[in-house]
Ligand binder design. Structure first.
Ligand SMILES: CC(=O)SCCNC(=O)CCNC(=O)[C@H](O)C(C)(C)COP(=O)(O)OP(=O)(O)OC[C@H]1O[C@@H](n2cnc3c(N)ncnc32)[C@H](O)[C@@H]1OP(=O)(O)O
Length: 401
């Protein structure tokens, strides 16, 4: 337990909180000229601070958003951001206190899920977050003929920086939250990432794909620092979303075909993106990493379980433990037509963090059981649970926050 004073911060304390997180992440404070772009990302009642005396020493914040879950429903989501503790106050329980207050806040607000991108995977399991999606980092050798021509249609045009955030936002909304794991991008999201990057002169470039029904895909990228572009530049794709496979292929072909580009790198891509199949030579691509991406926390376990779709199998009784939000603890009967509490004996026992890892269907229960993360009381139930939790394709978040 910490003896730090934890409370919600006012707007006038927001800057100190942002700079504290930047300090914890080894970034300099927000420059004076950039603060007008950052200030609007304050969400009232959602920025927590921990004080030692008068000094702010820890903070955690969130945005209200929505998360797409299997079956297509979009549930109220607390998107957790800007977590940091000043280095002279770490490992004294400050984060734990902030997390407890924050989760109680989400519960009160009726937010069914919380999610975050973790700086380190060892931190958030103890608060009930589990790694629910993965993402791939790829590097592709560039060339004008890199993509199979039959995959391409429509045209790609570059967008002026002053129009970029509106045009990209319209396309993102058009694409929609088509995969489990995708999040609604709020005003704060656009301000924090795009509006700010563009307003502060980041070398961010944008192009949109125009298909038969108008703009249906976009890509943003930036060149990685290099001394001599005539020797070849590495482009980093920052964001790429498309409503159709043809639009995605055309956007990849476009960035791979830009002059003076030797390779294109992209982080945070879907693990099942068919890039190897789009390439004329699949060996142009190397996978640098596949990492945990979105960590999901079921804040309201019965509501979250009942809201997603389930595969076809006989029911399974799952017993959930939850130390931080004990109301969630109990046994749930999971069946294709929905989920309800039950007194029946448990087939499987797990912590709410493991349930978070299973929730979007990225990993089957049998894999967690074989790693000792689920206690199996009835072996036959495990195969049924695999079928119940299964979804087609890999969940993907696709938005950094
Ligand atoms: C969503 C995001 O914003 S991700 C960004 C997170 N921020 C950062 O990574 C910035 C740098 N790091 C920090 O600011 C801090 O170290 C934090 C926020 C990660 C942790 O804050 P602390 O106040 O030190 O955590 P706290 O003391 O509450 O630790 C709680 C538990 O987590 C463990 N823990 C916390 N951080 C780490 C870590 N980086 N590595 C291993 N264990 C950790 C503690 O040992 C403790 O374990 P216990 O429950 O077994 O006792």
């Amino acid at each position: 337990m910490t003896d730090h004073d934890v409370r919600v911060l006012d707007a006038h304390e927001h800057r100190a909180a942002v700079n504290l997180v930047r300090h914890a992440l080894h970034f300099p404070p927000v420059p004076e000229d950039d603060w007008p772009q950052v200030a609007p990302t304050y969400s009232e009642g959602r920025v927590w601070g921990a004080h030692a005396g008068d000094e702010l020493v820890g903070t955690a914040a969130s945005w209200a958003s929505r998360l797409a879950v299997p079956g297509g429903r979009e549930l109220p989501l607390a998107a957790v951001i800007r977590v940091g503790v000043r280095p002279d106050h770490t490992r004294r329980g400050v984060l734990s206190a902030l997390m407890r207050h924050q989760l109680a806040e989400f519960r009160e607000r009726g937010e069914v899920l919380a999610a975050l991108h973790a700086s380190e995977p060892v931190i958030y399991g103890r608060y009930g977050y589990g790694p629910a999606t993965r993402a791939r980092t790829v590097s592709v050798r560039a060339g004008r003929d890199a993509i199979h021509p039959e995959a391409l249609s429509g045209r790609v045009s570059v967008v002026a920086p002053e129009d970029a955030s509106d045009r990209v936002r319209a396309v993102y909304d058009r694409v929609g939250l088509v995969r489990p794991g995708m999040v609604a991008r709020t005003d704060e999201w656009w301000t924090a990432l795009y509006v700010r990057a563009l307003a502060t002169g980041a070398n961010l470039r944008t192009a949109v794909h125009v298909g038969a029904d108008g703009e249906d895909g976009f890509v943003t990228w930036k060149p990685l620092p290099c001394d001599n572009p005539t020797r070849g530049v590495v482009l980093q794709v920052e964001d790429l979303h498309a409503a159709t496979p043809a639009a995605a292929a055309a956007l990849w072909a476009f960035v791979l075909g830009i002059d003076l580009v030797k390779s294109v790198r992209a982080e945070g891509r879907p693990v099942d993106e068919p890039l190897e199949w789009l390439l004329t030579n699949p060996r142009l691509l190397s996978t640098e990493a596949v990492d945990d991406d979105l960590w999901v926390r079921l804040v309201d376990v019965p509501a979250a379980l009942d809201a997603r779709s389930w595969g076809e199998a006989e029911p399974v009784v799952v017993e959930v433990a939850d130390r931080v939000l004990p109301d969630n603890a109990g046994r749930y009967r999971v069946a294709p037509d929905g989920v309800r509490r039950t007194d029946a004996p448990a087939d499987l026992e797990l912590d709410v963090a493991e349930l978070g890892a299973l929730y979007l269907g990225d990993v089957p229960p049998s894999v967690l059981a074989s790693a000792g993360r689920i206690a199996v009381r009835d072996a036959a139930a495990l195969a049924r649970a695999d079928r119940l939790f299964a979804v087609g394709g890999s969940p993907w978040c696709g938005s950094f926050f």
